[in-house]
Design a protein around this ligand. Structure first.
Ligand code: FMN
Length: 376
């Protein structure tokens, strides 16, 4: 399974794990894959603590960091010194409050509400180029970080130049072949071709269609990772057959023992089917594939207020989400997850999952080999 990209990055398996959870990043990396920590939910201080912990547990292996550098972002909210909550219209606050209180979801205790608000204030600037630069400044003090990936846009020239100088490989997510062409022009080395099946912010083109288009657009020098809808070894074999040099998975780690989700949240994922993972704007104001619930659907109904721009919709949503999780209300639980959520039915360890993926991959390759042999 080892591809040229594994050689360049120093891992044994071309299985890349995107996760906001340091335990997943460490477990995947120690199992021979390549863990990438999603940094955008951390303040620079928190990120420093997470990376220091990863450094200590990853047995000297390299790993990656992912930041969000959107092409379009709300500069006003980045610049604003106002309480961001004050920018949320009353009608939106009332809509969310009525939804939850009519469903009998208790308000958060005072301390908890403030903690969540503080998290949002700390992370408010992360999803702009300057916010990403602040996070990268932290990541660059950790020499085991040899891969930096940007989502929602190409990294700006100064970021590319600095990463290049330090010999760090640069990746970027794309949902269309045109995006890949722009990323390559910006100096990106690895394109993560993310199909619509994926959890999180996602476009409209399916992985099976997108990957060969992106591989063709990239040509020889730029490696492609296939993302979206990959949870089994047979899907890894398919991705490599399409010309990818590896797979980039997110949803599949959510159900592992190492995942940051609590037992209630994992239970919702294990029950969800593939068609419960829908694209909605309720979480961030941008289209995110997430678990469908009464909360996500209420915002789609006629008469609902229009979605707020990022980050304001996220502020409303985060607090509501914390209430729902605390009350363990499955009917209102919506969190990012891709269509492979329908293939995850029980908790496993990362190590077991990595082993299973490799076994399934070998079975798939042998199946194909038998097809060839039958023609001899
Ligand atoms: C819970 C969750 C959060 C995500 N957050 C981010 C993010 O902050 N940055 C990013 O580049 N991708 C993010 N993604 C997308 C992943 O990087 C990845 O492309 C996607 O999960 C792959 O598809 P899959 O979910 O079918 O495995 C997220 C995905 C999930 C499931």
């Amino acid at each position: 399974m080892k591809t040229p990209l594994c050689q360049r990055l120093g891992c044994e398996l071309p299985i890349f794990a995107f996760s906001h959870c340091r335990d997943v990043v460490v477990a995947v990396t120690r199992a021979g894959g390549f863990g990438v920590l999603g940094a955008s939910t951390f303040s620079p201080q928190q990120l420093e603590a997470e990376l220091r912990w990863i450094d200590q547990h990853v047995e000297g292996r390299p790993y990656g960091v992912d930041v969000i550098i959107p092409t379009r972002y709300d500069q006003a909210s980045e610049d604003s010194t106002e309480d961001l909550r004050a920018l949320i219209p009353q009608v939106h606050k009332e809509f969310m409050e009525n939804l939850l209180s009519q469903a009998g979801v208790p308000a958060l205790p005072a301390g908890e509400k403030e903690r969540i608000e503080q998290e949002i204030v700390d992370g408010r600037g992360n999803m702009t180029p300057d916010g990403a630069r602040r996070l990268l400044a932290v990541a660059l003090t950790h020499p085991q970080v040899n891969f930096v990936v940007s989502a929602l846009g190409s990294p700006p020239p100064d970021v590319v130049a600095e990463l290049r100088d330090r010999g760090i490989l640069i990746g970027a997510l794309c949902g269309k072949a045109e995006h890949a062409v722009r990323h390559i022009a910006a100096g990106v080395d690895v394109i993560v071709a993310q199909g619509t099946e994926a959890g999180g912010h996602t476009g409209e083109i399916a992985t099976m269609v997108l990957v060969p288009q992106v591989v063709e657009a990239c040509g020889e020098g730029v490696a492609v990772l296939a993302a979206g809808g990959i949870a089994r070894g047979s899907q890894i074999a398919a991705a490599l057959a399409l010309g990818a040099q590896g797979v980039w998975c997110g949803t599949v780690w959510l159900g592992t023992r190492e995942s940051e989700l609590n037992p209630f949240e994992k239970g919702v994922l294990f029950e969800a089917r593939a068609d419960d993972a829908v694209r909605r704007k309720a979480r961030t104001g941008k289209t995110v594939r997430m678990i469908k619930s009464q909360l996500s659907e209420a915002w789609e109904q006629p008469g609902a207020p229009s979605y707020l721009p990022t980050p304001l919709q996220g502020i409303l949503y985060n607090e509501a989400h914390a209430r729902v999780v605390r009350a363990q209300r499955k009917d209102l639980y919506s969190a990012p997850a891709g269509q492979v959520v329908g293939m995850i039915n029980e908790e496993t360890s990362v190590r077991e999952l990595m082993y299973r993926m490799q076994t399934e991959y070998l079975e798939a390759v042998e199946r194909l080999q038998r097809l060839n042999d039958s023609h001899d």
